[in-house]
Design a binder for this molecule. Structure first.
Ligand SMILES: [Mg+2]
Length: 394
């Protein structure tokens, strides 16, 4: 079998790709980058046998880097596994070790609070605004068992507190040192969230891309009584083109609040010092940035040797979602849950067919047994959501 084409199109703002072969089998991937980043890889994969996934990856892996530059490589990787699975008549999880679990826990990204005063955007950052969002998210039909909220510099919460920071840019991404007033505002939000969620729903916080080390330590220690599932990107993360594993080690050593990072990192090599130093408690590679689904599975295995957990980051359409399901199905018992960022997108699930719906039920996604990633695009719906000027892989 040979690769004959790589095509890309844009659904709303997300690039999706299709790799075609001379045997009529094709594979889908999701590229969280401009189209041309992934189309640039085409000359290096044409004529290759897509079922030798690793051999093809060796031709393109060096063309990726920290987020967003690893996105094209990652998209090709998941499309290759989709093809390899279809060619073998096996689900992707069977090609990367087989499933450990029949269903995979999914957590829900919640952002900030509900803007209680539509005229005032800062009204989304009061403790009551967060509590109201938590109440609404608890009622979602997906039945999520873990919710994640943005505080600190993520979602601009700290910037909404007058005198909350010593110095910061007025735009995302920014970092900085936090005042006592800023720290108290963060703590009040967590208190309000816990009053709604109790110990029935796990609470995680996204604080990326970071605060000063002393501010991060103060926050993590102050939040210890709330038994968070994790505090994410307290020092670096998101669009940070490096990882400060030494500072993360100091932070993790100073607190019992579990510390997580990793969504910006490319390849297992990027996680090496974080894992070998036990600099974090949980790693969060994004399959769409780290180099693909098998790469994430390798990182899970490596982290497990050090007692580190894994909760993959994910911001994607159902293609990336299913790549996560297959990878997570095959991960060791250090897997917690992967992220769903599209709870507010009503047409999200309609983009695909060939899979049992609802895709998320009781907070879990079922691991499919159909070949490849186990989804086919619903052309009619995809066409409806194509970005202006885009065509359906024509
Ligand atoms: Mg994050």
């Amino acid at each position: 079998m040979k690769i004959v084409d790589l095509k890309a199109t844009i659904v709303e703002r997300i690039t999706i790709i299709r790799i075609d072969t001379d045997e009529g089998i094709y594979g889908y991937g999701e590229a969280h980058c401009p189209k041309h980043h992934v189309l640039d890889l085409k000359p290096f994969i044409i004529g290759q046998d897509p079922t030798n996934v690793e051999r093809v990856m060796l031709r393109i892996r060096h063309r990726g880097a920290f987020k967003p530059w690893g996105a094209g490589v990652s998209a090709v990787e998941m499309a290759l596994w989709d093809i390899a699975g279809k060619a073998a008549g096996l689900p992707v999880h069977r090609l990367i070790g087989g499933k450990v679990r029949d269903r995979v826990r999914v957590y829900c990204d919640c952002g900030s609070g509900v803007p209680l005063d539509p005229q005032d955007p800062s009204s989304a950052y009061s403790p009551e605004a967060y509590a109201e969002k938590a109440r609404r998210r608890r009622r979602l039909p997906e039945g999520f068992t873990i919710l994640k909220f943005d505080i600190g510099f993520h979602g601009r919460q700290l910037l909404s507190v007058p005198g909350g920071v010593y110095d910061a840019l007025d735009s995302y991404p920014t970092r900085g040192h936090v005042t006592e007033r800023g720290l108290k505002a963060e703590i009040e939000i967590v208190k309000a969230l816990k009053e709604v969620l109790g110990d029935e729903i796990g609470l995680a916080l996204d604080c990326g891309p970071g605060q000063s080390l002393p501010a991060a330590i103060s926050l993590a220690k102050a939040l210890e009584p709330f038994n968070l599932l994790w505090a994410e990107d307290l020092l670096t993360g998101d669009y940070t083109p490096f990882t400060d594993s030494e500072a993360y080690r100091l932070l993790s050593m100073s607190t019992s609040t579990p510390i997580l990072t990793g969504e910006q990192i490319y390849l297992r090599h990027g996680f090496r010092s974080l894992i070998e130093k036990n600099a974090v408690d949980i790693v969060a590679p994004d399959i769409c940035d780290v180099g693909g689904l098998a790469e994430a599975k390798w990182i899970a295995e490596f982290a497990d040797l050090y007692g580190i957990l894994i909760a993959p980051h994910n911001f994607g359409l159902p293609i990336a979602f299913m790549a996560n399901v297959h990878a997570a199905a095959a991960m060791p018992m250090n897997f917690i849950a992967f992220e769903h960022h599209m709870a507010d997108v009503p047409w999200w699930e309609d983009l695909v067919k060939g899979i049992e719906k609802p895709i998320i039920k009781d907070g879990f996604a079922k691991v499919p047994e159909t070949p490849g990633l186990g989804i086919e695009l619903e052309e009619k719906v995809v066409r409806k959501h194509l970005a202006e000027g885009e065509t359906y892989f024509e």
